[in-house]
Design a protein around this ligand. Structure first.
Ligand code: ZN
Length: 261
């Protein structure tokens, strides 16, 4: 069964502090990664394709990769969009609907540097370049902390869709859980709101039997070099080491021996 890797990025810029380094992929590393993807054998798809594949409307014949960006940092416009365009790579950008033209206040509260988020005109231009805009709630809360209050949950999940649709004049069909946090109620509200997919931060490959509201993603970290990136695609895991392939194949070989017995 072909496998889909959904990559997750946050900031495409040099880190301003140690705290955010994990989430900052430098423009030069990002360009190397996208150049690699464009010349690889992976089929490059987006979340609309994934939704069609999971509904059985589109057939996937080979392993595929989708690229996603969380939070809507302004650096996307300057440093990611040109690289994606150049390499003809589709992507999905999850925007915090109430923070257009604002900044990452939910991160600043925890001591991260202040960074500007995309404006509506920038989002409109981005959306004309094979980039799908998805929702990442209205204000980036931990949904599991507010799920006892259905009104808050509706505001963050349903209203964020409507807010983005009104601001952009585009359909918003995909959602990403902030901090990767969700529970049963959250998932139900996402379904009810009319989204067709939702991305988690659980790692691993997506196969055609995956729950479309619990899509798995592989995070690309700031420290990742191209060999990490290539291994992440190959093995569908976040944590990479030189020993990972060795242990992976050893475990496979062991399971084959056990199968035979
Ligand atoms: Zn986020």
């Amino acid at each position: 069964m072909p496998r889909i890797v959904i990559l997750m990025y946050h900031i495409i810029a040099s880190p301003k502090s140690d705290q955010e380094a994990k989430y900052c992929c430098t423009p030069s590393e990002f360009a190397k990664q996208m150049n690699y993807l464009a010349t690889s054998n992976y089929r490059l798809i987006d979340l609309n394709d994934i939704s069609s594949i999971l509904k059985g409307e589109l057939q996937l014949k080979s392993d595929a990769v989708a690229v996603t960006f969380d939070d809507g940092f302004e650096d996307f416009y300057h440093d990611a969009l040109p690289v994606l365009r150049e390499n003809n790579i589709p992507a999905t950008l999850f925007m915090v609907s109430n923070k257009t033209d604002g900044f990452n206040d939910w991160m600043v509260k925890k001591g991260s540097p202040k960074r500007k988020l995309l404006s509506v005109p920038q989002l409109l231009e981005i959306s004309k370049n094979n980039i799908t805009i998805g929702s990442h709630t209205r204000t980036h809360p931990k949904l599991t902390e507010i799920s006892s209050d259905l009104n808050s949950l509706n505001r963050e999940i349903k209203e964020s869709k409507v807010e983005l649709e009104n601001k952009l004049g585009l359909a918003v069909n995909h959602f990403a859980y902030p901090y990767g946090l969700f529970d049963e109620l959250t998932i139900n509200v996402v379904k009810e709101a009319g989204y067709s997919t939702a991305c988690s931060t659980r790692s691993g490959f997506n196969r055609t039997d995956i729950n479309p509201f619990l899509l798995r993603r592989i995070e690309v970290f700031g420290k990742d070099k191209l060999w990490h990136f290539r291994q992440k695609l190959k093995f569908g895991t976040n944590e990479m080491s030189y020993l990972y392939p060795f242990n992976y194949y050893l475990a496979q070989a062991k399971s084959r021996i056990i199968d035979r017995n």
